[in-house]
Design a protein around this ligand. Sequence first.
Ligand SMILES: NC(=O)c1ccc[n+]([C@@H]2O[C@H](COP(=O)([O-])OP(=O)(O)OC[C@H]3O[C@@H](n4cnc5c(N)ncnc54)[C@H](OP(=O)(O)O)[C@@H]3O)[C@@H](O)[C@H]2O)c1
Length: 214
Amino acid sequence: MLNIGIFPASGGLGSSTYTHLLNHVPNDKVTLIARFPEKIPGTYVQNGARVRKASYESDPQELEAAFADIEVLFLISYPSHVRDYRVKRDELGEATAKLIERYAADPAAFEFVNAKVLLTGNKPWTLAETVRCLGEALGKEVRIREVSVEEYARQTQVEGRFGSAAVAESWATAWEAIRAGETAVVTRTLAEILGRTPEDFDQTIKQLLSQQRD
Ligand SMILES: NC(=O)c1ccc[n+]([C@@H]2O[C@H](COP(=O)([O-])OP(=O)(O)OC[C@H]3O[C@@H](n4cnc5c(N)ncnc54)[C@H](OP(=O)(O)O)[C@@H]3O)[C@@H](O)[C@H]2O)c1
């Protein structure tokens, strides 16, 4: 099996991926790279996973040291306003772990070399359906109201989430992409990799809420 690296090995997707992966591959084949290695639970290190320190801003020498002897690298992009297809994040991590495991075990048999793998939910969700689903889960009426980008970005909670109105305005372009149908895409790939139908978005929302209430 090839040596596998995951960077950054923290955050939602990175943690989910290595948690699934370490259940299936020899742990000493896995290197977890993060800017705060202390965030990685000690149990994984005790089981043999290697931990190294690096950030996106590391200089080339530091990155070379962090990635030394790694033959398969799962490089996660910085969170940005990219397309989002309503996939449960833990299922993305599980599917990613399966892809890494398959490639690391037998690169010649891997069918996705130099190919894009698009993992989506089971059906497109309109904003109206999304809001209805959130309202049902909360047990109260939730409404959606269209506002200008400037009005959206000036809201205290939006500015608080993004840190500045300028960043919030940049994120607001995602709504135009949604309007243009860029997120209304469904593929069977996630189901095929997982070997089961992915969890529906409304189910995920209900579970998230019940976990928060517990
Ligand atoms: N298409 C989809 O449906 C979908 C779903 C989920 C995620 N994603 C994409 O996957 C990516 C990760 O998302 P996420 O949900 O895992 O985000 P997240 O939970 O916010 O995690 C962000 C990660 O980035 C790391 N990070 C931030 N700045 C860094 C830096 N300067 N150097 C090194 N590491 C840095 C964080 O590390 P620290 O712990 O050190 O802060 C953390 O591990 C994003 O691009 C997101 O858009 C896509």
